[in-house]
Design a protein around this ligand. Structure first.
Ligand code: AMP
Ligand code: MG
Length: 403
């Protein structure tokens, strides 16, 4: 049996970004920039007004001065006429500063006449002007390769008219369920049958990673069916199977994968739930064989598959946020495997407190509904006291923000 840390390291060592594509800016949302992006021009591109007011020459603008208003420059208009001594140009926010002017006086600090304006306060040279390049200078490396693209990145890229951007490509992830007992969703299961819920749960998890799920259906517990569908699955960027990976005589997944030239990297990563999980490669194509029990399927996906998918799509942060927290209740486990305790984390006085999310039996699916983190109980330990410090993998990103 391998240990958990080594299993996760192995996965991250063996997978690499799948490739780069150029997509429309909005398609880049939530994805990772694949090339450095340097500003193609200054931003702002020209000096412009930060206020609705009057563009003036600051010299000779003492309080009480009356200036002649000689021009009107709304946003979207550029005036070539210089502001002369004793004059001012009415200017709106965002409009280019006209030649000759060096300062903008906000409307609120003036008293307007017919064709004139009276200054009420001291004017400081340069006030209320957004200067060319003060935000971003031409050639500045503003977004290095590896940047996660969210609203601020889209805003800047759009302001530079970058309609198409290079991002790491989404990976296609084939999902294969195995088992004679399975029926597809929408079919009423007879006694002894169950609905292939894992395909949907995996597809959901894959989508939430930003990858593209491809549901292949159900391989029956015979060689031919497995051969045909596993072969199909190996055409995707990643193949994820559920069930049929333990040591039962109907558990064919590992054996048939091996026949197809898939090289196993580990089996049994020393965890519970998720004991029989396997990870293998055919060339660059990762193959994850997850156990069939839906709780185990979801947890092993999160712990082993999700980091691989994120890494393949260029994410530097491929792992769930890990924090130290404290157990609210004591608990026991067997020695030998690292256990994932399904917990509900709250933040109290700046500390993460983890209480059990419910019955920890892997047959109890509803515990997952209340679970917003996994507490990692180390393999070699048995007894955990209330108040003990543990490592937590936060499944709910909003928990990070509240902290
Ligand atoms: P196995 O790994 O084949 O022994 O399956 C373990 C458990 O998971 C059994 O109770 C299966 O019925 C259940 N199971 C297997 N595949 C699925 C699936 N696709 N959806 C929901 N439950 C499943
Ligand atoms: Mg089975």
């Amino acid at each position: 049996m391998m240990n958990y840390e080594k299993a996760r390291r192995t996965i991250l060592e063996k997978v690499a970004p799948a490739g780069v594509e150029r997509v429309l800016l909005l398609e880049a949302a939530g994805r990772i920039l694949a090339e450095d992006y340097s500003a193609p021009s200054d931003m702002p591109r020209w000096d412009n007004s930060a206020m609705d007011g009057f563009a003036v020459r600051s010299a000779g603008c003492a309080p009480g001065t009356v200036l002649k208003v000689t021009d009107y420059i709304p946003a979207g208009v550029s005036s070539g006429d210089a502001v002369l001594e004793g004059c001012a140009a009415r200017i709106m926010t965002g409009a280019p500063i006209p030649p000759g002017a060096d300062t903008v006086v906000p409307i609120e600090e003036t008293e307007a006449g017919e064709q004139s304006v009276k200054l009420l306060q001291q004017v400081k040279k340069g006030d209320h002007i957004r200067f060319q390049g003060e935000d971003v200078g031409r050639g500045d490396l503003i977004m290095p390769k590896g940047t996660l693209i969210g609203p601020p990145q889209v805003s800047l890229l759009a302001s530079f008219s970058a309609a198409v951007v290079p991002v790491y490509r989404r990976v296609r992830v084939a999902i294969l369920s195995t088992g004679d007992e399975l029926v597809e969703i929408g079919t009423e299961p007879k006694e002894s049958q169950i609905v292939n819920s894992n395909a949907l749960a995996l597809a959901c998890a894959i989508k939430l990673c930003g990858a593209e799920p491809v549901i292949l259906g159900i391989a029956r517990d015979n060689r031919e069916s497995h051969l045909a569908l596993l072969t199909e699955g190996l055409k995707a960027d990643v193949l994820v199977t559920s069930a049929g990976v333990s040591a039962g005589d109907r558990d064919l997944v590992r054996e048939i994968l091996a026949e197809l030239g898939v090289v196993e990297q580990f089996w049994k990563p020393g965890v519970k739930p998720g004991g029989p999980t396997a990870f293998a490669l055919r060339g660059n194509t990762p193959v994850f064989s997850l156990p069939g029990n839906p709780v185990s399927t979801m947890i092993t996906f999160d712990e082993f598959v999700r980091p691989a998918l994120l890494r393949m799509m260029g994410h530097e942060k491929a792992l769930r946020r890990t924090v130290r927290g404290y157990l609210k209740e004591g608990t026991r486990k067997k020695a030998g495997k690292l256990n994932f305790l399904r917990v509900q984390v709250t933040i109290e006085d700046g500390r993460y407190l983890a209480s059990t999310a419910g019955d920890q039996n892997t047959g109890i699916l509803k515990t997952m509904l209340r679970c917003n983190a996994l507490a990692l109980l180390p393999a070699d330990r048995i007894e955990f006291a209330a108040g003990e410090e543990v490592e937590l993998h936060l499944l709910d990103p909003t928990l990070e923000m509240e902290a």
